[in-house]
Structures are given as structure tokens and as C-alpha cells.
Write a protein that binds this ligand. Structure first.
Ligand code: ATP
Ligand code: MG
Length: 430
């Protein structure tokens, strides 16, 4: 993006037309007759993501692409800002900063030549190719003629060799109904489906590395999510809550309007502990977390729980123990990381910018009262017996009654387009 910026800034604006942002849709275009609903949802989410910018962005749907137009006289930096926000909206595969020029071959050629001018590829004589597409077939030149005309001029101007297969630099020309877009490489979008398209779910969010990645993965499949965190309070510090809050804040850029609910869990953990089944402590805790999650999900209208479990990663995530966890609830538990290695999960956490927060030290409620040796093959019967003594169902309802809600500042809910009411730094809304 910055490379492109450097290139175009040297060009007179009359040649280049006006900066805009071109968005390429991925799977959304494959959805047959549901496509219109998808596109509308996507547009609403884009609109929500642009809220808060100090200029207006117009959204235009074209066949297979969305064009974001900025006000007349907008700068390249403003277009960059728009592109950066668009790159976080689920459902887009490419985000291109483009130039919108008049529908005349001369204007297209001039823009393409200027666009290439400041590119580092020019100095090293890199290979290039021009790829033209016409969405309006009435344009006087065919795509191939456009390729030749634009490519020939770039070749003559800079002496760069043309290479159609795997070029180092690609110049794209797209002829539309009332304008032509000229652009070089873009930034990859998130892919997936627009948030809200698949309904709602509740993420069980620790302060760790995995659950934020799990949340991201499911948002990318079109789920609008809320977050539920269990804190060891009053037997731990509030650190894990701040981490969870920080993680939700980071993830919020993919959906807007995120809510974090915190359960003070320490006393319940102690209650489980005093039931004396040391090796089952973690599993019993996990089942009550799920039961509480189910109750909260019911109240929020969420259709699934999401966890960061990965098969065999820790004792509670053996196949037997995962089965025993699912036994605790009727609601589906989605585990998008189930087949991923820790290194893969960490790479993704780094990319979505949650890793650094997850790696901060905290006192996780799970390490509180954790047994020396955890059971890897917990028997469902034993867990159920234990829960009967504890009256686990009632405990879960009581925990759900005592949630603390944290909302993020001024973020806009992509799925509903509603701005969340502002509260300050993790301010509690009990
Ligand atoms: P993470 O890195 O997300 O903490 P983990 O590798 O530490 O995962 P576990 O501690 O076994 O794994 O947790 C498995 C899953 O259970 C988490 O991904 C999360 O969904 C849920 N979970 C664990 N602890 C909490 C908590 N304190 N609050 C909410 N959910 C939790
Ligand atoms: Mg954890």
C-alpha cells in the first residue's frame, strides 16, 4: 500500500483521476439466490466499519466488486485509511487502492504509466503484465487490445520486460459501466462470510492464546459473537479480566459492538474443590463453565458456544474429556481449532494481533486449585454424580444471574449497524 502511495503522489491528479478503494468478494458471490442478502449484509458491515471517519464514504455495488468512493479532492492517505478498515471486514478477499479514471483509452494509459512510475520494480527492471477486464463490453477496445496498449506503453516508457506468467508487477485495468479502475497489487482481505450472516454465538474466552483465535475463525464464518470470561476472583487478581477485555477490543475490529461478560468464578471453584475429587477438578470446572455458557447463550439468543480446544493439547482436551464436556450441555459447542497445532494457532494469533496480549502474565482461574495430576479419561458418570451433589444446574443459573457486562467504547455493531453505548475503560455494567 505504501509503495503504491509513493508512486502516485508524484503524479498530477488530473492524470490519475480520483483515489478510491475496490473490494473483491470471495465466497459471497457463490451464494446463488442468497447473494443479494449477503451483499446487503456485507454493505451494512462495511458502512459500520467506516463510521467514525471524518469524511463520507459512498458504497457502490458493481457485479462482483464493491467500490468505495471518497469525496472529491480526497487524499491518498484517506483512501489508505478506508482500505485499512475494509481489510478487517469479513467476506472480502482483496482490497485494492485504485484510481478511478475517465472511460477513455488515453486516460487509462496515462494512469497506468503514472501508477508504475514510482514502483521499486521499475529500478530493477522487473517483469510485468497488464490484466484487463471489461464489465462493460461497449468499451471501444477489447481486453486483449487494452492489455497490449497499456503494456506496450509501459514497456516503451520504462523498458520493463513483459511476462504473462508470474510477473513481478501486475497492473490491473477494469472497465466498468461509467468509469475505469486502474490499480496494482492490493492487500488480502479476511475472506469468509459477512459477520451476522450465520447468526450469533458465545465465545468462552480465557486470557490465553487459543480462544481469541477460535473467536476470529467463527466470526469469519459469519457468526456475530459475544464473549464470556470466567475469573478466579476473589481468589485471583483482576488481571485476566483486563486481558480478556484487551483481547475483545482487538477482535472488535472484525465485527464491532462486542460485549464481554465476566463471571466471578472463584467461589464456585472452591466449592468444587471441597467435593474432594481432585483429579476431576478441571473437568468439573469446565462442565460448569459450559453449563453457565449455555444459560447465558439462551438469554442472549446465541445458538452455539465456541471454545479454543485443540485435540490433545492439554489433559482436558483428550477425546474422552471432550466427549465428557459435550455431555454437560445440549447447545452445540463449536471448536474451530480442534485440528490445529499450537504453532499454527500462534501464527494466526500473531496475524490477528492478539498474541502479544495473550502472552501477558496473568492468574488464570484454571491454574487456581488445579490438581497435580489431571484426569485424562474422566468418566461421565463420576462427573454427573459430583454435579448432583453440587447442584450444578442451579449453580450455573446463579452464575449467569451475576454477570458483569463490559462494553467497548464507541464501536459500531456491524451486524445491526447500531452504535454500542459508550462507557469508559473497562467500565462495568452490572
Ligand atoms: P486458551 O489459550 O484459549 O486459554 P488453553 O490452551 O489455555 O486455551 P484450556 O485452558 O484448557 O486451554 O481452555 C480450553 C478452552 O476453554 C479455552 O480455549 C476457552 O474456550 C475455555 N476456557 C478456559 N479457561 C477459560 C476462562 N477462564 N474463561 C472462559 N473460557 C475459558
Ligand atoms: Mg487457558
Amino acid at each position: 500500500m505504501s509503495i503504491e502511495t509513493a508512486a502516485v503522489e508524484t503524479a498530477p491528479r488530473s492524470v490519475l483521476g480520483e483515489p478510491c478503494v475496490l473490494l473483491k468478494l470471495g465466497e459471497v458471490v457463490l451464494k446463488g439466490k442468497n447473494r443479494e442478502i449477503f451483499e446487503r449484509r456485507l454493505q451494512n458491515n462495511i458502512r459500520a466499519a467506516m463510521r467514525g471517519l471524518d469524511f463520507k464514504v459512498e458504497i457502490k455495488q458493481r457485479s462482483g466488486v464493491i467500490v468505495l468512493r471518497l469525496p472529491d479532492g480526497s487524499t491518498v492517505e484517506q483512501a489508505d485509511q478506508v482500505a485499512e478498515r475494509a481489510a478487517d471486514v469479513m467476506g472480502l478477499v482483496w482490497v485494492h487502492r485504485a484510481w478511478r479514471v475517465a472511460k477513455e483509452p488515453e486516460a487509462v494509459v496515462a494512469a497506468a504509466v503514472e501508477l508504475v512510475a514510482g514502483r521499486p520494480e521499475v529500478a530493477r527492471g522487473a517483469t510485468f503484465a497488464v490484466r484487463s477486464r471489461r464489465r462493460d463490453k461497449r468499451f471501444p477496445l477489447t481486453s486483449m487490445e487494452l492489455d497490449r496498449l497499456v503494456g506496450g506503453t509501459i514497456h516503451d516508457t520504462y523498458g520493463l520486460p513483459v511476462r504473462l506468467k508470474d510477473p513481478e508487477l501486475t497492473v490491473h485495468v477494469e472497465v466498468d459501466q461509467s468509469e475505469v479502475f486502474v490499480f496494482t497489487d492490493g492487500i488480502p482481505g479476511q475472506g469468509g462470510l459477512p459477520v451476522g450472516m450465520s447468526g450469533r454465538a458465545l465465545v468462552l474466552m480465557s486470557g490465553g492464546i487459543d480462544s481469541p483465535v477460535a473467536a476470529y475463525r467463527m466470526m469469519r464464518r459469519g457468526l456475530k459473537v459475544d464473549f464470556l470470561h470466567f475469573s478466579g476472583i476473589p481468589f485471583t487478581t483482576a488481571e485476566s479480566i483486563y486481558k480478556a477485555y484487551g483481547l475483545v477490543r482487538e477482535l472488535d475490529r472484525f465485527q464491532g459492538g462486542s460485549r464481554l461478560f465476566v463471571v466471578p468464578f472463584g467461589k464456585t471453584q472452591q466449592q468444587i474443590k471441597s467435593s474432594g475429587e481432585d483429579r476431576l477438578q478441571v473437568m468439573a470446572q469446565r462442565r460448569i463453565m459450559l453449563k453457565t455458557g449455555e444459560e447465558v447463550a439462551r438469554r442472549l439468543g446465541a445458538g452455539a458456544l465456541i471454545t479454543g480446544d485443540s485435540l490433545g493439547q492439554v489433559a482436558s482436551q483428550t477425546l474422552t474429556n471432550i466427549t465428557a464436556q459435550d455431555d454437560a450441555v445440549d447447545i452445540p459447542v463449536l471448536r474451530p481449532l480442534i485440528g490445529m497445532d499450537k504453532t499454527e494457532i500462534m501464527a494466526e494469533a500473531r496475524r490477528i494481533r492478539t498474541l502479544a496480549i495473550s502472552e501477558l502474565p496473568d492468574e488464570d482461574c484454571c491454574s487456581l486449585l488445579a490438581p497435580r495430576r489431571a484426569e485424562t479419561k474422566a468418566k461421565i458418570e463420576d462427573l454427573r454424580k459430583m454435579e448432583k451433589r453440587l447442584d450444578a444446574e442451579e449453580v450455573a443459573v446463579r452464575l449467569a444471574d451475576n454477570l458483569q457486562e463490559y462494553r467497548l467504547d464507541q464501536t459500531t455493531d456491524q451486524a445491526s449497524g447500531q452504535a454500542a453505548p459508550a462507557t469508559s475503560e473497562p467500565a462495568t455494567r452490572a
